[in-house]
Structure formats: C-alpha cells, structure tokens
Write a protein that binds this ligand. Structure first.
Ligand code: GLU
Length: 301
C-alpha cells in the first residue's frame, strides 16, 4: 500500500467547504452518460461498457436478468455518499465508485437503483440479495468477511473525532475519558471505543448525521467515525464543528459483495488496477479540495 497523509484542522474544513458546496455538484447528466463530470464541458469520468459478459458470477447473472443494478449506499455523508434533499441528486466519492463499477458491468445511470442502507444493516442486505453490491465507507474486516466478500481496498482513512468548535477540552482520543461519543451502530469506530476506551460513554445511532445533530445540540461531546466522513460534516458547518486530532485507526474501504462471488471480485479488482486515471479523477472531483491527500491504494487479494 502506498502512503496516505491526512490533514486536519479549521483551514482544511474551510477548504473542504468550497469543495463540497462549489465544485462537487457534478453527477451523471443524462441516462447513459454515467460519470459526467462537474461541468458539462468535462469529459465523462468513465464510459458505460457494452456487451459485457462475466462467467461464474451469480450477481452478474441476476443483474443481467433484471436489466438493472441495485447498489447499497450512504446518503448523509457529504463528499462520500450524499443525496441532495431538494434535487435528489446523489454525489460523493463512493457514489461515483459505485457508478464506475456499474458502468464497467454495462449499467448506466438509468439502470441503477441506489438504496440507502445504514452501517448496521450492510452485511444482511448483501446476504439477503436486497442489493447487488455496497459502496459506502465500508471497512474491510475479518469479521465481516465471514459473511460477505470485499473488493478493494479502494480508499484508506482512519478513525477521527468531530467536536463542537467551542470545545477546547477534546484535542485527541486521549481526552475522551468521562466524555460521551456518538457513532453509528454496527460500525468499527463504535466497536473500537466500546472495546478500548472503558471510561468513555457511547451512543449508537443509525446515521452519522443524527450523531452530528446530537453534537450540535450538546447531547453528546463528540462524534467518532472515519476522518474522511467527519471532514465532510465540518465543511458543512464550519462555524459549529471542527475535526480534532490525527486518525487513530486504519480503515480500508472495500466494495461489499455476496460471499463467494470471486468472479465479480476479480472483475472489480481488474477495474481498479487497470483503471488508469479514473480513480484519481473521481477523487479529485469529490475530495480534491477536502484536505485529504491520498493516492489509490494497491488492491489486496
Ligand atoms: N468505516 C467504518 C465502518 O465500516 C465506519 C464508517 C461506516 O460506518 O460506514 O464501520
């Protein structure tokens, strides 16, 4: 894996605000033109493949039969997986990765159904076949690999902390004794706090956006999850919120797949490996001004 450097702080949040409100509004413009960039003049991030065949993949057999693809995503994580409540437009690094996989399989925007699924329900949705795959800040872990498979990693971040801007008592994870932190049920950051921070109280909610509300309302002292997610919330509300400290775990994101679909896993690995500049273009479009500095991680087979 190549190195990643993650910056934090108010300056970063301010830069990220520009990214998230200004240049990050691109989405597929018209059916079939999957991956259209932020401005109409941009060339598409990727093309929709034609005449795709994929032997030995139960997932591909199903989507080919259905004529559409169902993808589990987040929709309350700005910069990563987000749905604009007014326009219905979906944006974010993960959403564009999800579109890239679909396009590589021959499915353009008009053939994609996005399903919002919270952290706690991801494995079960994949096992049930409610979704064909999942792309949403989904850390590759041995425990999850007992029930599903992952393709990746395609992104690396680490657990961080979001606090109220006025709070000077929490500067890093060393300051969490006696504090109450909120995270998503079923997430690795919540499990980490429960296992390794015995003096810290936890609140587990379905969505990180609900945790952020509790933080602003002073019901909790911090929100903890991957720093890449927290930077998006800080950028949305830089007067109220700030990211503090350095990442204190390593979270490697994978595309969640049905267990045993090695054909689809290999297909996605090849897509990432042979994708040329596509990963970088997706990163630059969605997170380029966020302060995160990251190169595409090497696939781990
Ligand atoms: N990456 C972590 C996880 O998969 C936290 C983010 C999330 O809940 O989606 O548990």
């Amino acid at each position: 894996m190549r190195t990643s450097r993650i910056l934090t702080g108010i300056g970063i949040a301010a830069v990220a605000l520009v990214a998230l409100t200004g240049c990050n509004s691109g989405s597929p413009a018209s059916p079939g033109a999957t991956g259209e960039g932020a401005a109409p003049a941009d060339k598409p991030l990727f093309e929709v493949a034609t005449d795709v065949t994929l032997d030995g993949s139960p997932t591909f057999d199903r989507v080919a039969k259905n004529g559409k693809i169902t993808i589990g995503v987040k929709e309350d994580q700005p910069g990563l997986g987000y749905k604009d409540a007014t326009t219905g437009e979906r944006t974010g690094f993960d959403v564009d990765i999800a579109r890239w996989v679909a396009a590589s399989l021959g499915f353009g925007e008009d053939k994609i159904e996005f399903k919002p699924i919270p952290s706690a329900n991801r494995e079960q949705s994949i096992v049930n076949g409610d979704i064909d795959y999942y792309v949403g800040t989904y850390s590759i872990t041995d425990k999850r690999k007992q029930v599903i498979d992952f393709a990746g990693p395609y992104f690396v971040t680490g657990q961080g902390l979001l606090v109220r801007k006025s709070d000077d008592t929490i500067k890093s994870e060393d300051d969490l004794a006696g504090k109450t932190v909120c995270s998503a049920t079923g997430s690795t950051p919540l499990q980490n706090i429960e296992a390794n921070f015995p003096d810290t109280k936890t609140v587990g909610l379905d969505l990180y956006s609900a945790c952020v509300e509790q933080l602003i309302n002073k019901q909790v002292d911090a929100v903890t999850t991957d720093q890449a997610i927290l930077i998006g919330y800080a950028a949305q509300d830089p007067d109220e919120l700030k990211v503090v400290g350095e990442p204190f775990t390593t979270e490697k994101y994978g595309v969640g797949l049905a267990k045993g679909d090695a054909a689809l896993q290999t297909f996605i690995h090849t897509m990432f490996t042979d994708g040329g500049d596509t990963w970088t273009a997706i990163f630059d479009k969605n997170l380029g001004a966020s302060g995160l500095t990251l190169t595409q991680p090497t696939i781990e087979k």
